[in-house]
Write a protein that binds this ligand. Structure first.
Ligand code: PGA
Length: 253
């Protein structure tokens, strides 16, 4: 089932998620961590980095990667994951994986699935959510059992991500993304969301029907999901009071 933890603000969410990840790491120093790019998870990585844990044995897999950027582009997720996650956390670069956008695209999706399998599967996957309910780059209409695949970015996602590029034209239109089915294979999922602009997507994902129109709603089918959302992102939840009463640790907020 989904545990929903409502925190006052994004930074409290980062600390709560980092605490969960540190607990898994203490049990399994070679854990397989699913990392997410985007702004919302950044406080997780900084809170985790501040704990100064030995993460040199951890393997990491990103959810997705842009296609059609030149190799080494600073906004490619390979570069973003290296800069914003792998370096601060002290991950071994050889154990950090993003889908290979420069490989033959007929092989890259299945190669990524094989790499995840060979690592033993993902222990904990961190996921953000798009305003349109996407997870990874699984935009509305994506198969809820899909595997890693080539996909097109929704127009809204390109507009939302234009802040990382000089102009909207420069935002890629294609990507390789873990499928929803791949994401659901993770043993545990931590969904993070912040801000009022995510409130409708969060409510639809956590409380609406399970539907391809809101790919994040598929998380309702997973037995071990923790959703960490700030007050603004939680503002459209119908059962917020119930979640507050049943918060697993009571003190997370
Ligand atoms: P954000 O991205 O954290 O930058 O809002 C989340 C997402 O689009 O999945």
């Amino acid at each position: 089932m989904t545990d929903v933890i409502i925190v006052p603000h994004l930074h409290a969410g980062g600390a709560a998620a980092a605490t969960l990840l540190a607990a898994v790491l203490s049990q399994k120093p070679d854990m397989v961590l699913g990392v997410a790019t985007g702004s919302t998870p950044l406080p997780i990585w900084s809170a985790l980095a501040a704990m100064r844990l030995d993460m040199s044995r951890v393997s990491a897999f990103a959810l997705d990667e842009y296609l059609d950027l030149p190799p080494g582009h600073p906004e490619s997720y390979a570069a973003v994951v290296h800069r914003e996650i792998a370096v601060p956390l002290g991950l071994n670069p050889r154990k950090v994986h993003t889908p290979d956008a420069q490989a033959d695209l007929r092989d890259a999706p299945s190669a990524y699935e094989s790499a995840i399998r060979a690592a033993g599967g993902i222990d904990v996957q961190v996921v953000g959510i798009g305003r349109n309910g996407h997870i990874g780059f699984n935009e509305p209409g994506s198969s809820l059992s899909g595997r890693t695949h080539i996909a097109n970015l929704a127009a809204q996602t390109r507009r939302d991500n234009a802040r990382f590029f000089e102009s909207l034209d420069q935002v890629p239109t294609r990507c390789i993304t873990q499928g929803v089915g791949t994401i659901l294979d993770a043993r545990r999922l931590i969904l993070v969301a912040s801000g009022r602009r995510k409130a409708d997507a969060v409510a639809a994902a956590l409380e609406g029907p399970v539907t391809a129109s809101v790919p994040a709603s598929a998380l309702q089918l997973h037995p071990d999901v923790v959703a960490i959302v700030d007050e603004d992102a939680a503002s459209r939840l119908s059962f917020a009071d119930h979640y507050r009463m049943s918060a697993p640790h009571g003190d997370a907020a």
